[in-house]
Structures are given as structure tokens and as C-alpha cells.
Design a protein around this ligand. Structure first.
Ligand code: ATP
Length: 246
């Protein structure tokens, strides 16, 4: 894919300190306008890959030791989160971290900081409230009092306030009730339909493979399998290890 708003990761090595090699020779593309799923067991390196793209790796004492990360033709290697956000790349962190003592509205505003134009702000808010009507009903409620599913929606909404072109989602369905998981799936599809690419890390492989066009399977820091999601879902390895089939 040579389109300008694609994410290209090439031969990427990432380490934490001297001894932990979290990613080894990872090559991955998120074409503009697509949903790409990233599967893998605990510790496979999924979060590390997202941190590398969003510029938060250094906050976790990690470093790129080889390879490149490019978004929209720009090298993001080792860039800080502000640079990534300005380039259009925003991560929703694992664990639906919201500011519990702040209101829904204040949380959303925090996501739009640095984008000064109020008109753009309002468009982003309208988009968030269109996707999550429950948040619109609770703008003055403290985020800490929301349900788990609502907090996940707020975490996604906060990321959308920065008007991303590529959204990085880390385990959005983790710990949520089935109904809420389904809702998150619909939301990812809708966000993508509105023109935002999505790189989706999920333990729920069945859902991820349904939402995504392409998928990658990471095993101990390396890409083990990749291809069209529907094809991967039919392979023995994915069915056995990730879809829990016999
Ligand atoms: P999980 O779903 O458990 O988060 P993951 O696939 O996202 O798994 P990573 O969190 O990226 O995997 O971890 C990849 C490897 O890097 C693991 O061996 C992990 O122990 C190690 N690791 C992750 N973060 C750090 C850190 N801040 N310092 C040292 N090692 C780390």
C-alpha cells in the first residue's frame, strides 16, 4: 500500500533494558481506511507494538533498536506522543484509564488539548456523542462512577477528541460483559466507516477477526502468521490456539 496515510512498520526490534527483546523483526502495514487486528498470547509483544507507534514506549523504558515506523510518509521512530498525535495517531491505553475524579466532559476536553480551534473541538464532541449517546447524558458525572463499559467508551471517546486518522486500541473488550463487547465491536466498525483506520489488539480473537480486514499473529515478539482475517480464521493454528476450537 503506497497511500499516504498508511502505517508501515519495517523490521522492527524493540527492547526493554539489556535483556528483554520484546519485538524482533516485525513488519506490519495498516493500509489507510482499514481495520487490522493484532492477536497473540500474553507477553507476545502486542502492547509494545502499539506503544512504539504511539510514542509511549520510552515512558515504559523501552527502546527501538532496529527498523522503522512510518506513518503517512513520516518517520515516527522514537517520536513522543505529541508528535504522534499531531501526525494523526492516537492510542487508547489498555485498562480503560480515565480520570476518575474528573467529569465525563472534563475527560473529553483533556483528549482535545492541543487542538485549539473550538470548531474542530465541537465537531469531535458531536462525533463522540453520536457514537456514545450514554456519555452525552452523563457529561457532568464523575468518570469514576461510570460502569466499566461506559469507562471504555469514555476512553475511546477521549482519544477521538484528538481527531485521529489512525486509532490504536489495546484490548477494548477486556473484562466487559458480552453485550458491551458487542457494542464495542459496532463502535469500532462505525469509527472505521467514518474514515479512521484502526489497529486493534484483542484477546477476543473471534471478534477481532470479524472486525478486521487483515490480521497478524505475534508469538514471542515475532510475526508468526499474517493475512486476510477471514483466511487466518480458517487456519488450524488460529482455530486451535486463538479461537478455542478443537
Ligand atoms: P499483554 O496482553 O500481557 O499486555 P502483550 O502481547 O501486550 O501482552 P507486551 O506487554 O508487549 O505483550 O510484552 C512483551 C514482552 O515485553 C513481555 O516479555 C513483557 O514481559 C516485556 N515487557 C513489557 N513491558 C515491559 C517493561 N516496561 N519493562 C520490561 N519488560 C517489559
Amino acid at each position: 500500500d503506497v497511500s499516504p496515510e498508511a502505517l508501515h512498520i519495517q523490521d522492527l526490534d524493540v527492547s526493554y533494558g539489556q535483556s528483554v527483546r520484546a519485538l524482533r523483526g516485525v513488519t506490519l502495514t495498516v493500509p489507510a481506511g482499514s481495520v487490522v487486528a493484532l492477536l497473540g498470547a500474553n507477553g507476545a509483544g502486542k502492547s509494545t507494538l502499539l506503544r512504539t507507534v504511539s510514542g509511549t514506549l520510552r515512558m515504559h523504558r523501552g527502546a527501538i533498536t532496529a527498523g522503522s515506523v512510518e506513518y503517512a510518509g513520516r518517520k515516527l521512530n522514537g517520536a513522543d506522543p505529541v508528535t504522534a498525535v499531531r501526525a494523526g495517531v492516537v492510542q487508547v491505553p489498555e485498562g480503560r484509564r480515565v480520570f476518575g475524579a474528573l467529569t465525563v466532559d472534563e475527560n473529553l476536553r483533556a483528549g482535545g488539548l492541543g487542538l485549539h480551534r473550538s470548531r474542530r473541538d465541537n465537531a469531535a464532541r458531536d462525533r463522540v456523542f453520536g457514537l456514545f449517546p450514554r456519555l452525552a447524558e452523563r457529561t457532568n458525572q464523575r468518570a469514576g462512577l461510570l460502569s466499566g463499559g461506559e469507562q471504555q467508551m469514555l476512553a475511546i471517546g477521549r482519544a477521538l477528541m484528538a481527531a485521529p486518522k489512525l486509532l490504536l486500541l489495546d484490548e477494548p473488550s477486556l473484562g466487559l460483559a458480552p453485550q458491551m463487547v458487542a457494542r464495542i465491536g459496532e463502535v469500532v466498525t462505525e469509527i472505521n466507516r467514518q474514515g479512521t483506520s484502526v489497529l486493534l489488539v484483542e484477546q477476543n480473537a473471534a471478534m477481532a477477526l470479524e472486525l478486521a480486514g487483515h490480521a497478524y499473529v505475534l508469538e514471542v515478539g515475532e510475526v508468526r502468521l499474517s493475512g486476510p482475517a477471514a483466511e487466518l480464521a480458517r487456519t488450524d493454528e488460529v482455530r486451535r490456539l486463538y479461537l478455542g476450537e478443537e
